[in-house]
Design a protein around this ligand. Structure first.
Ligand code: GLN
Length: 440
């Protein structure tokens, strides 16, 4: 097969194909890794799937890129994504949609759709994505691969182009739980360039940063015997029947392996999608202010600064990004701040508290990752609200800053179904262990 008809090109997985060789040895030696195009790579274009950043070449590497190279992995390209991470299907990319390798008529999920598709199509052993409200777990579920969203603060965001900085983490994708966990081992840990990387603040938390004393890959031992898995009724009730059937089979399988399942309740999640979108859009409106044609982005031409700024953004941003910047600016404006932003922060605190209570009764919580099967391309773009509702099971985890994994749990109608496990803060081992038991 020539490079021109490689599956990656048909499926529109990569936005650029530059290679960065890894060091000679290290735990990831010989592995290839695809990197989402919102993660900065020195000397290699980083567009965030946006026309705004066409031709932008960062002068430095993100910390995670440095770390995978030091661990021995070779970067094989930058992957397609929803513009600035805003979407769940990789259809809002200015460079065209990515197709799902399992069924090219369907979306690969998003926003890290190119990264999940690269792994599913065998174009890379591993991939990095970013997860603001589900963007690693959603495409992992839709493409039938594994994706991990780390605890907020475990992985450096230095060099990640911000969408909603209080919610997002860079996370690994791979074909197996063990490989995803090994990539997490390589990228986790404090970074002097990112002050939000932190130790566990809990009173009885470990004295050193979890990434320094544990090996996540070793937790992928397939042995969940004796674990307690909480099932939040609210996050199962909203899912399609075909998805729930696969989820319940996987739960029964875990019970047969010695897992105890208990019902738990997260009443606040009813408000999670609304709260998430208010917070994400508010943060986006501020983070994306730097794309003004002067500091970054399309040149808006000469003349009055306001007009030049408007021209730059009119040309550079796609519809979904414009919608979010407008709504976010509105939510933060004088007079509306208390009505929207503050309320959303209250809901966020409530979601956190609900998770704390549920996780006092169980080691991890389990839900379907996505409440639906991967839609056909073109089906969901015209209806942003239905797209936002697809995030019902993933966004609560970002609001609560917790770790989660999505693992393939089986198929319905020939399409992959993902199962999500959510753990306590810095409880990556528990979600990795539970996920590896589903693989057994
Ligand atoms: N679909 C969600 C959104 O559009 C999540 C995106 C993400 O995690 N980057 O905001």
């Amino acid at each position: 097969m020539s490079a021109d008809d490689a599956p990656a090109d048909d499926l529109n997985i990569f936005l650029s194909r530059d290679t960065v060789a890894g060091d000679d040895d290290g735990p990831l030696a010989g592995k290839t890794v695809a990197v989402k195009d919102n993660i900065s790579t020195k000397g290699i274009p980083t567009t965030c799937g946006s026309a705004m950043l066409e031709g932008y070449v960062p002068p430095y590497d993100a910390t995670v890129v440095e770390r995978v190279r030091e661990a021995g992995a070779t970067v094989v390209g930058k992957t397609n994504m929803d513009e600035f991470g805003m979407g769940g299907t990789t259809e809002t990319s200015a460079y065209g949609p990515t197709k799902n390798p399992v069924d090219p008529e369907r979306v690969p999920g998003g926003s890290s759709g190119g990264s999940a598709a690269a792994v599913a199509a065998g174009e890379a052993d591993l991939a990095l994505g970013s997860d603001t409200g589900g963007s690693v777990r959603n495409p992992a579920a839709f493409c039938g691969v594994v994706g991990i969203k780390p605890t907020y603060g475990l992985v450096s965001r230095y060099g990640l182009v911000a969408y909603a900085n209080s919610l997002e983490q860079i996370g690994p994708l791979a074909n197996t739980v063990e490989d995803a966990a090994a990539l997490l081992d390589a990228i986790a840990g404090p970074d002097e360039h990112d002050a939000t990387t932190r130790y566990d603040a809990a009173e009885d938390g470990p004295a050193v940063h979890p990434a320094d004393e544990t090996t996540y890959a070793a937790a992928a031992d397939g042995d969940a015997d004796g674990m307690t898995v909480g099932v939040p009724t609210e996050l199962v009730a909203g899912a399609d029947d075909a998805v729930v059937a696969v989820f319940e089979d996987a739960l029964a399988d875990l019970e047969a392996q010695g897992v105890e399942t208990v019902e738990v309740s997260l009443p606040s999640v009813e408000h999670a999608v609304q709260a998430y979108y208010v917070i994400a859009m508010s943060e986006a409106s501020s983070n994306l202010a730097r794309f003004d044609g002067v500091r970054y982005g399309v040149d808006g031409g000469e003349g009055n600064w306001n007009e030049s700024f408007a021209r730059s953004r009119e040309q550079g941003f796609g519809d979904e990004v414009k919608r979010r910047v407008l709504l976010g600016t509105y939510a933060l404006s004088a007079g509306y701040h208390d009505k929207y932003y503050k309320k959303a922060q209250d809901a966020r605190a409530w979601v956190k508290q609900d998770f704390d209570e549920a996780l006092a009764e169980a080691d991890v919580l389990a839900t379907p990752t996505m409440p639906v099967l991967p839609p056909k391309r073109g089906e969901s773009l015209d209806d942003p609200l239905s797209l936002y509702l697809m995030d019902a099971n993933t966004v609560p985890v970002n609001l609560a800053n917790l770790p989660a994994i999505s693992v393939p749990a089986g198929e319905a109608e020939g399409l992959p179904v993902g199962m999500q496990f959510v753990g306590p803060a810095f409880g990556e081992e528990a979600v990795v262990r539970a996920g590896s038991a589903v693989e057994e």
